[in-house]
Design a protein. Sequence first.
Lengths: 120, 553
Amino acid sequence: MRDANSTGRAERMSDLHPAEPENATASLSSDGGVSVLTLSGELDLATVADIQRSVDAIAAQAPEHLVIDLTGVTFMDSSGIALLLQIAEPRSRTELRNPTPLIRRVLEMTGLTEILPIVP
Amino acid sequence: MRPHRGTVAVVVLGLVVTAALAFGADVSYQHSQRRLTSLQTKLTANALNATPIDFERRLGQVAGVVANSADPQGAFRRLIAPSMKPSGPFSSASLIRVNGNKTAFLAHVGTPPIRNVQGPVATALYLRTAKSHDLVTARAVGHGIQKLGYLMSATGSAGTFVVSGAQALPQHEVLPVAADSPYAGLNIAIYFGATTSRDALVASTSAKLPSGAYVSKAVVPFGTTKLTVVASPRTALAGSLTSALPWAVAAAGLAMTALVALLVERLIRRERRAEQLASQNDALYQQQRDVAITLQRALLPKDFPVIEGVECAGAYLPGTSGTEVGGDWYSVVEADGGGTYFVVGDISGRGVEAAALMAQLRFTIRTLAMLGHDPADILERASAEIDFSATKRFATVVVGVIDNDQRLKVASAGHLPPLLVDADDVGYLEITPGPPLGIRSFHYETVSVPLAPGTTVIAFTDGLVETRSASLDEGLERLRRAAAAHGRSDLERLAGLLTDDLIPDGTEDDVAVLLVRCGVAVDQPPAEPSAEAPVAGALDAGRELDGASGTHV
């Protein structure tokens, strides 16, 4: 049990995704007057903890209307969903953009698209 | 605290090496001290040996002339004069004629003799000299002075004559030695003859006679007798460094030993401490994990309610990724007005707070189910129990009810749809989930479908189907296939088969699976146990599939 805890995760990730970066990133830009928060990488418990502070800082300066671009997000678990909800929570309008089919499916299955609409 | 064995070993090794090196340095010092002393002593002795040759020449010449002179006494006085002090070496000189066994003392110059020149000792000396062709040496002591006498004889036309010259020295003379002299490092004593008795001491370089471990002796001929030179080093002859070297080596060795021992002890202590901490951490981790699992178990239903015609099985597998308690749960509730409710939920995140929220939601939903509320209504009301903006947590929940008319009604708050397994088909319930609970109030929808008797409803949390290596749909499809393969199995066995198939090595996330089968009483053979009986069997099956988790029926 202990072994699984200390090394299992890293092994599993390197086994399955040898070439993909494990880190998640977040950046803010503007697209035709709309603020766009671009997330990328795998959004899970570990990576979300890593980018939480930068996301908080970005979210604090972002306006009421925010578009979250998910083009580069390759994996998302409940930690990633919590991150999206957290960004959206204080805002009057938050939309999601460009999720991959896999991520779109996760968003639909968790009912998130009901409150965070996916826009083209 | 007692020092560690390793430190003791280092100290012992250090001391042994230090002792060996110091001993080696000391042996080398002693050897060089002995060798140098011996060398210096021989050099000193050789220098003394050279002296009589000059005396032999001076006295021999005088004796030769006197023996052939018509005026032996006049010739003696004239010829001996240059050899007398202060220009020459002698303080006194005498001329003796020897005729057979008779001696006649003819002349004397310089300091008076200290011995009776007519006495038997003197007479014997003269006679001995007359027979010798070499320099005869003698020593006389008296009146606080010593005289070293040198005698030569010659026989000529005038007869046989002995010429004697003497050096007067204070008894036990201490010779001054300049600090830069080659003899400065030694205590030297010169003895007349081959003995080193106090009486025979002619001169020394210090009142302190040679002594100690490095005394060296050399004997050299001195006329007809001998001189013995004895010397001992006053200082380290090869330099003061050589004598200090063994001590320096010992001191450096001890210092190094102490330093290394200190370092080793510190390192060992640090490592021990780290090991201790690590083992404590291990124990603590295991303890926390055990507590987490125990708490989780405590919050799950011990026994499912006994509902006629309904069979239930559940499995909970703790995730492998941490010590904290997860927020997955399941419930089965029989409504007061009839109908079997089933609930599977998952609080985001982990920890005691998640578990507390889970307990709160679970009991709220149970109560609402008991009162017979519609699933969508239950979700809408339960959503108020959890507030994402305050806790940063949300919950995905699926609530279903199999009513008295064999209809399945389900509502989902962001939860994966239940899988339906009947005799003809295996497929997921088509349902559009609303958002997870806790985000904002929402109007959930209840989907209602007819249920064939014996249909198995499988509700689960995402840990069962979510993997990094495959998409969610692939995971769902794997579960569907596994259910199709094992769907006819006994319910508690099915729970184990599904978790075995989908997550054979466990998973990071917690997993909760709930299976409900309705209208089974119709198909059951008479020998099949009643609704209560499967409890024991289910526990056994649960232990078989995972020793740490239980399966409840």
